[in-house]
Design a protein around this ligand. Sequence first.
Ligand code: HEM
Length: 465
Amino acid sequence: MVDLEVVLGLVLGPLIICYGLLKWNEVRYKKKGMPPGTMGWPLFGETTEFLTQGHDFMKKQKARYGNLFKTHMLGSPTVICLDPELNKYILMNEWKGLVPGYPKSMQDLMGKWNISRVRGSLHKSMRSAMLGRMGPNMIKDGLISEFDEFLRTHLGSWSGKVIDIQEKTEELWVLSTLKQIVGIENDVIAQELKSELTNFVSGTLSLPIYFPGTNYYRGFQARRKIVSILEKLIKEKKASPSSQNCMLDYLLRYDDDTEAKFSDEQVIDLAVTTVYSGFETVSTTTMMAIKYLYEHPRALEEIRNEQFGIRNRKSPEDMLDWNDYKYMNFTRAVILETLRLATVINGVLRQATKDIELKGYIIPKGWRIYVYIREINYDPSMYPEPLEFNPWRWLDENLESHQHFLVFGGGGRLCPGKELGMVEIATFLHHFVTKYRWEEVGDNKIQKFPRVEAPNGLHIRVWDY
Ligand code: HEM
């Protein structure tokens, strides 16, 4: 017979060790005046709970500790903020020591000159360069017509087919971004870039372990290939005496009198950031808008009427322009409602450069602050019946300018690609809804956390309208 003491030892031993480790991790990060919360396991913290339970983890912790609580996730002690007012304050006050604080894996892969890593005058120069190239003035001056032309060529052959709209929107986005960045439409380079981007994106959300087989390692290999493609293109641009209509050329020649011109390394990291920032946000939102419209025939009818109204005022060869876009009120509402419901960016990260007081609590120097946006998008006091897809709510323009609308961030880091992303999606929807009808085929699952995606694709059958 097995001794009772041995059985007790086998059962209690691991429990005591676990308790000891959890306790040790709590004590390690204990400091007077900090927000409530738990720190989980040494090294891993509560990363697994966060990634597997997602929104439920947030709800559970909020019920226990309120809108501001501490945890340890993605390799760092972190304070999670679900308070809309405080979130706004954090985003508006970078200068008080609340700087962007993205995980090591993301920072490493995006490069040392990526825009979220730089501050002060260099950040200002990079932002104005980006806005100068893709802000509202450039959109007015022609970007919208360029998208229109691009989509006419690429959206013409889907009738009668079953397509994976997730794959198609990603391919289209990479191809169009390649055109904007380097001024060429090259299917081979675009395919190469797309397959590298998938590894790159997974690497940015991984534990930073540089070892063959890890996502981080694969992400680095992908970065190397993307950088070598860009270096080759930069060499070609520099060898060409005439300037070209593309972002790379513009950045290489950029000079705003406040900074020295950008180095090749800086131009490469800016281009990588642009590809990365727009890739998932725009393609996933486009896919989800197609899904919501299919599920809500009344919204589909209204967006079709709006887009046919625009089309019918023009001759077939006339390109869309800024005035047409201004008329797309309902289309914009569909995009905003899609962004709200299928939040592609759950939150943004900041890091305290010194001990900081927030709502009477101390956030120690070096800690990350997760400004969690998703929660606000489902707040019933701002969005009655928050789980309903209701684009009409956005026809009240005050909603978009509401101080708690943080889908595009806020303060000095407000997304510089906001209007560009909206225009890209709107132009796609213009062509798609006026050209085609569609229905979903098979069982298309949508996963909303930690990323919004259709793990097995989103398959639709398409016909001419
Ligand atoms: C519709 C989709 C988009 C959404 C929802 C979105 C959302 C955001 C958010 C929330 C931030 C703030 C990050 C922070 O505060 O740390 C941001 C920043 C940024 N976004 Fe977007 N974005 C979108 C499209 C784009 C596009 C199309 C581009 C470029 C082509 C772009 C480029 C950037 C860049 C460069 C930043 C960093 C700005 C800075 O640090 O100053 N975004 N975006």
